[in-house]
Write a protein that binds this ligand. Structure first.
Ligand code: CP3
Length: 354
């Protein structure tokens, strides 16, 4: 699997934003910064609009999706909006019976374990998610020069939720299926790659400037198992938008051993969590890709001088990469003080000024 260069994108202001330029390895006025889970429980305005509305329902209401996606852009002045949705939204849209339980995560009513279960998983068609197209269009119009990042969950991470039936520490049923019935595993992942790819494509076609594929739990796999059981399916999902000229970010947690393989799956940017420094990530990937990351979200709770030191180090390390998008090593934690997040944005902009 090789990375093909991303075709030139249309020249809208968002397509020439610092974020998009950094993902293409072009010179930037400052290091662009956004945060995974920047929209969410850390913001009082989020908690207010979500009152009495279930998570899945809120993801399907364009008025709420637009408002929630814009909240962190208004408040923090980040360089990108991330579409407010969830990795399981497209699964629910093809009829999987699931819910997102507060404090827990996605819970699937009937775990997928047999061939009959896999065969019930149908393809996603854009007509299943007209609200997603509508939300993206509304957002792009509101955002103007600020780019919108669309996203999907990668086949492995989606498969883990489906097979385990919910969040899992050990992923034992997933690994048992993968190794015990590789043919069925690949069939499940082919279906999930179509769903993830179609979900990315809907967002990119409606105007998202960048997409991110979240393989949050891929870090529990060895390199060998990643190559044998996962990489080709993530490549299919990323390949679904290859012709649209939208840069693709590929991120996972604890994926220090997999960074090059994740780049080779067809990413334009490799996301790095906080367990590996950007300097080490650069060496491991041979500086072949711009990097995104990688402040430890827990450091947002540290005294400002300790946090400031770390932010400056990361900006400095990022200068050696072909491009750098500042982010956390995983999502904003719910109890984070939003004022600290705003201060980090200002600091990144200030110290990275070119
Ligand atoms: O701001 C953003 O990053 C955009 C929105 C976003 C959400 N989920 C909203 C959300 C994104 C990009 C996701 C992706 C997602 N969802 C991932 C990949 C990223 C990662 O964190 O690794 C995963 C694994 C999920 C599955 C999921 N959904 C989890 C683990 C949880 C948390 C459960 C909890 O309550 O702690 C969710 C729910 C969820 N998705 C929330 C938000 C804002 C919290 C629910 C709420 O506020 O009621």
């Amino acid at each position: 699997m090789t990375t093909s260069p991303t075709p030139a994108a249309p020249t809208t202001p968002a397509a020439d934003s610092p974020l998009v330029r950094a993902t293409r390895g072009l010179p930037v006025p400052h290091t662009p910064v956004w945060f995974m889970r920047q929209a969410g429980r850390s913001l009082p305005e989020y908690r207010k609009v979500r009152e009495g509305v279930g998570m899945l329902e809120s993801c399907r209401r364009p008025d709420l999706v637009t408002e929630i996606t814009l909240q962190p852009v208004r408040r923090h002045g980040v360089d990108a909006a991330i579409f407010f949705s969830d990795i399981v939204v497209p699964l629910a849209a093809v009829g999987v019976d699931l819910d997102i339980v507060p404090g827990v995560g996605p819970v699937v009513a009937h775990p997928v374990r047999t061939r009959a279960d896999v065969e019930r998983l149908r393809a996603l068609d854009p007509s299943d998610v007209p609200d997603i197209t509508e939300s993206v269009r509304m957002l792009v119009a509101e955002l103007g020069p600020t780019p919108l990042i669309g996203f999907a969950g990668a086949p492995f991470t989606l498969a883990s939720y489906l097979v385990e039936g919910g969040p899992s520490k050990n992923h034992e049923h997933t690994k048992a299926l993968m190794h015990g019935d590789p043919e069925l595993w690949h069939e499940l992942c082919r279906r999930l790659a179509q769903i993830a790819g179609a979900f990315l494509r809907v967002q990119a076609e409606a105007g998202a400037s960048v997409v991110q594929l979240f393989d949050s739990w891929a870090g529990v796999l060895s390199r060998r198992d990643y190559v044998r059981f996962v990489q080709e399916h993530s490549a299919t999902a990323l390949g679904a938008v290859a012709d649209l000229g939208v840069p693709r970010i590929h991120f996972g947690v604890g994926t220090g051993e997999l960074l090059t393989l994740m780049g080779e799956a067809g990413a334009d940017v490799v996301g790095v969590d906080y367990r590996v420094s950007l300097t080490d990530a650069l060496e491991r990937t041979g500086a072949r890709w711009p990097l995104q990351g990688n402040l430890d979200p827990a450091l947002l709770f540290a005294p400002w001088n300790a946090l400031e030191r770390r932010v400056r180090e990361i900006v400095e390390e990022g200068r050696a990469a072909p491009g750098h998008v500042f982010n956390l090593g995983h999502g904003v934690l719910p109890d984070t003080d939003p004022d600290v997040v705003t201060r980090v944005v200002d600091l990144v902009h200030e110290v990275s000024q070119r």
